[in-house]
Design a binder for this molecule. Structure first.
Ligand SMILES: C[S@@+](CC[C@H](N)C(=O)[O-])C[C@H]1O[C@@H](n2cnc3c(N)ncnc32)[C@H](O)[C@@H]1O
Length: 352
């Protein structure tokens, strides 16, 4: 294929995977880039992006679609030869034989992989709750009120159950000691206010393309985007999915702007919290402005008896690799950074 940006994007994403703790996927993408330059089988899967520039390749997360498609095949059990080369707990995998198996798998399952890659990646990272929960604790401590929690861009809704997981904030534990969803975040800084009384009296979520956890294919798709050599992340999301299914978590199909204006107005007797993680960048500028307007309008109607909070985990515009947890709390509208965090919540530097 003539487009050199394609191989470049695979190699850049390879570096990203290594930086975020997946050497296997880093190496696999290097092999994929070599294969592309040698006109190997992977070319057929990348044809829809033959003309794309680097920006478009990253906006579409093409490399992650390719990795997700192969991992989905492994998880389905429909290609045992490929699965035999993937990492498992106790078996460190080598990406060289894995890529040889992947080339054969691409030839065997080309239509299925191409179909998988037509979808934009749908991820839901549970450990982001380790970044958001301390923000909820701060809101509970500062308002002294029960919480109404509204999540926009919630994907399958796994971070809607943030108060039902178990956390370790440095030496301080918080949450349900019996919980199967456990956060192993590396914590620096003082502990958040774990003595605050946290009672969630209402919770709801929306996404423009919600994940339906009752659909086995969608459940597998969520797992497929977790990198296969990150066993703790896989265990955690499986436990979170089981919990969400048992609690019948649902995510409404709606646009964040309309939904926020419609459902998240402050109400007396509770702190109303609108929250999100890793979503702002996916909105066009006019939607960002409209959402900021809806939030400011709810903030303007907030009172001490009916406070309104905007809690979010997003990359600062100038630096996309680490993220910030920010809180704006009305009345008053004071805005502050609570923490800087790893994109998957692997570490949290608590600043408050
Ligand atoms: C990277 S995922 C993050 C999902 C989840 N918040 C998490 O941290 O795991 C971004 C999500 O934003 C959703 N999204 C993007 N634009 C949206 C919009 N305008 N309204 C609602 N959801 C949106 C996507 O469908 C996707 O589920």
């Amino acid at each position: 294929m003539d487009n050199p940006e394609l191989a470049r994007s695979l190699r850049l994403q390879a570096a990203g995977c290594r930086n975020l703790g997946s050497p296997f996927h880093g190496d696999l993408l290097e092999h994929a880039a070599d294969d592309l330059e040698a006109d190997g089988p992977v070319v057929a899967l990348l044809t829809p992006w033959a003309e794309a520039d680097l920006r478009k390749l990253f906006d579409d997360a093409v490399a992650l679609r390719l990795l997700g498609g192969l991992h989905d095949l492994v998880l389905s059990g429909d290609d045992l030869a490929l699965a035999a080369t993937y990492p498992t707990p106790g078996r460190k995998a080598d990406a060289a034989p894995a890529w040889i198996a992947a080339r054969a798998a691409i030839l065997r399952h080309q239509d299925r992989l191409a179909a998988f890659m037509t979808h934009e990646p749908q991820t839901n990272e549970v450990r982001r709750s380790a970044c958001l929960a301390p923000g909820f604790l701060t809101i509970a401590a500062e308002t002294g009120l029960p919480i109404r929690a509204f999540e926009v861009a919630a994907s399958a809704g796994l971070n809607l159950n943030w108060d039902k997981y178990r956390y370790q904030f440095g030496d301080t534990a918080w949450g349900d000691p019996e919980a199967r969803v456990v956060m192993d975040t590396q914590w620096t800084g003082s502990a958040p206010p774990v003595d605050a009384r946290v009672e969630v009296v209402e919770r709801a979520a929306c996404d423009r393309r919600p994940g339906d956890l009752t659909d086995p294919d969608q459940r597998r798709r969520l797992l497929a985007y977790i990198w296969p050599d990150q066993f703790e992340r896989l265990d955690r999301i499986r436990a979170a999915i089981d919990l969400a299914l048992s609690l019948r978590v649902t995510v409404e199909e709606a646009d964040a702007v309309d939904w926020t204006a419609r459902v998240a107005a402050p109400r007396a007797g509770a702190a109303t919290v609108l929250y999100h993680s890793v979503f702002w960048q996916y909105m066009p500028a006019e939607s960002q402005a409209a959402l900021a307007q809806a939030l400011a309008s709810h903030g303007a109607s907030a009172t001490r008896a009916a406070p309104f909070a905007w809690l979010r985990m997003e990359p600062p515009p100038e630096h996309m690799s680490n993220m910030e947890v920010r809180l704006t709390l009305w009345p008053g509208g004071e805005d502050r950074i609570l923490a800087t965090v790893h994109p998957h919540g692997a570490w949290v530097k608590w600043l408050n």
